[in-house]
Ligand binder design. Structure first.
Ligand code: 2P0
Length: 347
């Protein structure tokens, strides 16, 4: 049999076209994204700012194939189903619409977050998928365009396109104007030897998805408006603190912004409470560290786990203290990581 293409593993009826592989890392927001003004386009109410991590990359390859069958998506070696498959297919439809090509895709995505580490993979996942799909389909876009595209998969993915610190601009308006104006870019920062000590106190699935929780908060929480207003100040203060390389200010702003975000959801109707008794125990331990002169500050996302921002030189000391406070949990240390990138044929 004559074979034009070496991809003999493709199902019958498919013919290979373009392919690309990309890798992206998770990010943790220091000024949070919490609330959308447009659900369909994933346009946020407020701008946010994050640090990309140097741990747990997602590697995603996209291979284009002729044929009219569905996209074939494998996540960590297993066929994707349900909501995960729906979101990825919708994302690929968007890429196809943008480039005017109708080819189906074979997607293979591998995430290195240990099972149950309690760290979301949608940021690294959609950043890697956006980059690999854009390259495979030949979509011409710069870093801002790629960030804008990744945003359509998951809001926080817009920030994982960049390494170090990144700000996702809320942008203005809705529709095409909103879409065009809402993307992330790298944030200038002085040399800041930071680490993030990640305390996984509960690795189980969350009762309420972050998507649903932020929707409910925007719709029902009387504290949402005030938090969104104060978050704008937090962002300006955070940018200035990063330029100064002032870890204490960075930590204080991150902590107040995260606690405020949790206050908004505690006041939602019905309330969303992600923080558990173990979370509070870790928060107490971090307060004690601070009383002893260690610069350590907490942030929490849509779950009970705690991330502690500190000097890299003190990360092991902080990790030890947190381990004692949460004996059943897992504690690991991350640093600032790289932006999304394409891998060559040799990986
Ligand atoms: C953040 N989170 O800024 C915030 C803080 C959770 C708490 O971004 O609906 O998975 O896909 O845009 O990005 C989690 O939400 O939500 C998140 P969608 P996403 O990191």
């Amino acid at each position: 049999m004559h074979r034009e293409h070496p991809m003999a593993v493709l199902p019958a009826g498919y013919e290979a076209a373009g392919r690309a592989t990309a890798v992206a890392h998770p990010n943790i927001a220091l000024v949070k994204y919490w609330g959308k003004r447009d659900e369909g386009l994933i346009l946020p109410v407020t701008s946010s700012l994050s640090m990309t991590l140097d741990v747990f990359p997602t590697t995603t390859s996209v291979r284009l194939v002729d044929g009219s069958g569905p996209d074939q998506v494998t996540l960590n070696g297993a066929p994707a189903t349900g909501e995960a498959l729906r979101r990825i297919t919708a994302f690929l439809d968007l890429v196809r619409e943008r480039c005017g090509r109708d080819l189906r895709a074979v997607v293979d995505s591998r995430n290195t977050v240990p099972t149950g580490a309690g760290l979301a993979s949608s940021a690294s996942g959609f950043a890697a998928l956006a980059m690999a799909a854009a390259a495979a389909y030949g979509l011409d876009c710069d870093a801002a365009g790629l960030s804008r595209l990744a945003r359509r998969g998951s809001g926080s993915a817009s920030r994982s396109v960049f390494g170090g610190f990144a700000q996702w601009h809320a942008g203005t308006g809705t529709g095409p104007e909103g879409d065009e104006s809402s993307y992330a870019e790298a944030v200038p920062a002085a040399r800041l030897d930071v680490a993030l000590v990640i305390a996984v106190v509960n690795a189980g699935p969350k009762a309420v998805s972050s998507r649903e929780a932020m929707r409910r908060t925007v719709d029902t929480s009387p504290l949402y408006g005030p938090w969104a207003a104060s978050s704008r100040d937090d962002l300006a203060d955070m940018r200035a603190a990063l330029v100064r390389g002032d870890l204490r200010a960075v930590g204080e702003i991150a902590e107040r912004n995260a606690l405020g975000m949790h206050a908004t959801m505690l006041a939602a109707r019905p309330a969303v409470r992600y923080l558990s008794p173990a979370t509070v125990t870790v928060l107490d331990r971090v307060s004690e560290l601070r009383e002893r002169g260690v610069a350590a500050y907490v942030t929490m996302d849509a779950g009970p786990n705690v991330k502690v921002l500190c000097h890299r030189a003190q990360a092991e000391q902080v990790a030890r203290a947190v381990r004692e406070a949460a004996p059943g949990g897992t504690v690991l240390v991350a640093g600032p990581g790289p932006g999304a990138r394409l891998l060559g044929e040799d990986g």
